[in-house]
Design a protein around this ligand. Sequence first.
Ligand code: AP5
Ligand code: MG
Length: 270
Amino acid sequence: MNLVLAILILTARCAASAETDLTPSTGIEIQGHCPGVSEKQGDCSSSTMTISKLIRRLIIMGPPGSGKGTVSGRIQKTYDSFHLSSGDLLRSQIAAKTKEGILAEGFIANGTLVPDDVMVNLILSALKSQELQMSSGSWLLDGFPRTTSQAAALHGSLPADFVINLDVPFDVIIDRVKGRWVHLPSGRVYNEDWNPPKENGKDDVTGEPLTKRDDDKPETVATRLTAYQRQTQPVLDFYRGIDASIVKNFKGSETNVIWPMIKEFLDEKL
Ligand code: AP5
Ligand code: MG
């Protein structure tokens, strides 16, 4: 199955599986993710997007488990941005047994990065196809770029306007990931402690069983955090080297504390 076909199928699944989560502590509605690609709840066409004022291309960065997926859900829901998660896209490729999925499976299970050429090809193809459909609005990239080489490829082709960096302490992350449960077909994320499913072990929308991500085992999380420090943190310096004002740092251990600050920033730009 080629990438375009895979994305079309994912987008169709999005329409079928769109969901709404009510975060107990904030009352903010969080939309779940399509696998890799997510858009407005119940409507995956880009024609409904609002016109972005200053940001067309937004990247969200942060260590594994820092809340990129959670915050992306809020951005996508609030501003109608097109959301592309590299991890969700890879997991959907694995489920579909595509050439890229078969290649990526071992790297993900070990907590190491999938080779740059595979990632650049996958993500740039998806973004370019999205850009062709977009006359307005913005896209939000979660999980890419993760190396300076990926950043250079993206910058040479589709330069980002801003990079949001979630600066969350590693000890908080290790605790969070222990409680994470996912609905793999849609990418929806739950947490035993702060965002449990309505029925234990079951996805709120489909009732299908929730699973643990294979790469959430403690030893694999440790490898992912090391890979983040060695290979992904330098990406922030790559962007600061282009223009320090591109990178917006949001520090804290609670998404519900970080989110209002991100929203305040985006309200001016989107
Ligand atoms: P990917 O799927 O991108 O994983 P990741 O970056 O490691 O990040 P996560 O998805 O684990 O966490 P998140 O930041 O989205 O946090 P979440 O919102 O879920 O990548 C997986 C793998 O794919 C990589 O290891 C690599 O092998 C490969 N890959 C992907 N992109 C690649 C690339 N560009 N190049 C090469 N390889 C690539 O939140 C985490 C948990 O915390 C959840 O349980 C959530 O409910 C909970 N939580 C969130 N907010 C709060 C809160 N306020 N309080 C308590 N818990 C909270
Ligand atoms: Mg994620």
